[in-house]
Write a protein that binds this ligand. Structure first.
Ligand SMILES: NC(=O)c1ccc[n+]([C@@H]2O[C@H](COP(=O)([O-])OP(=O)(O)OC[C@H]3O[C@@H](n4cnc5c(N)ncnc54)[C@H](OP(=O)(O)O)[C@@H]3O)[C@@H](O)[C@H]2O)c1
Length: 240
């Protein structure tokens, strides 16, 4: 990034990969706008970091972020759509599903789409970057998390359309595909997980290098295998 003090917006900044992204960019001298429902009181609203307490599964929550970005008066260099939730949903049990489904789709897919569209005028042109954090389940669904898988497949597809539409403005769109990372989302499952810090580092490096995709560790291998043997990948991810 050829900007002396870049401005970075990170959603889902209170925990996991998002928290590590905030720490990474603050350490490297950036100004960070950090969004989540639970604001980190340790770093809240220092001169380097503006926290936005917001629920991104709602329209008002997304509008609040857009308002805060406008008020800073700073062009955004990087926007990282990282906030996400994963629910186990039993599709054979029809009771009370709609609110659950809507909340997951709203946070994982609608919020990045709405924010991307609304924030374009605030993103540096040329040179700005939007990062959408998807998942390997965008390529092969995890049956126990059907809405999560669908939302990430949607976000991966959206990233491609967005990249084409924003290219003339000089804004790059990066799809970040984490492998299993040791965060609250994966607590109690999987082994040999990547640290959130390593994932944050990989995203920041991909952004700096102008990549279209960031897929560190096992993710890169799985995506390559998926091109030749999608059935194998589907079997592996089914049991993950
Ligand atoms: N961990 C993995 O192995 C893995 C693998 C593939 C993809 N991913 C993706 O990577 C991203 C980060 O995952 P993670 O593992 O770091 O998850 P995490 O530890 O569960 O953190 C999720 C973050 O999203 C925020 N969030 C949740 N609901 C929100 C809402 N309604 N409004 C605003 N913020 C909300 C949370 O903050 P609050 O609770 O404070 O709101 C938290 O900061 C997600 O998009 C996830 O799907 C993770």
């Amino acid at each position: 990034m050829n900007v002396e003090r870049p401005t970075i917006l990170v959603t889902g900044a209170s925990r996991g990969i998002g928290h590590a992204l905030v720490a990474h960019y603050l350490k490297n001298g950036a100004y960070v706008i950090a969004a989540a429902r639970n604001v980190d009181s340790a770093t809240a609203n220092s001169g380097d970091c503006l926290w936005v307490q917001t629920d991104l599964s709602t329209s008002e929550g997304c509008e609040k972020v857009i308002r805060y970005v406008g008020q800073t008066g700073r062009p955004l260099d990087v926007v990282i759509h990282n906030a996400g939730m994963q629910q186990e949903i039993d599709l054979t049990d029809a009771a009370g599903l709609r609110p659950q489904i809507e909340a997951e789709l709203s946070l994982n897919l609608v919020a990045p789409a709405v924010l991307s569209k609304s924030l374009v005028p605030f993103i540096r042109q040329p040179g700005g970057v939007i990062v959408n954090v998807t998942s390997l389940v965008s390529r092969a669904p995890k049956p126990s998390a059907p809405i999560y898988s669908a939302s990430k497949a949607g976000l991966a597809s959206f990233s491609k359309s967005l990249r084409h539409q924003l290219r003339p403005l000089g804004i790059n769109v990066v799809e970040a595909v984490p492998p299993l990372v040791a965060t609250d989302m994966t607590a109690g499952r999987g082994k040999r997980k990547m640290t959130p810090e390593a994932m944050a580092e990989a995203i920041a490096q991909g952004v700096s290098l102008g990549r279209a995709q960031v897929a560190p560790g096992l993710s890169g291998l799985v995506l390559a295998l998926n091109r030749f043997a999608p059935g194998v990948v589907e079997r592996v991810l089914r049991s993950s």
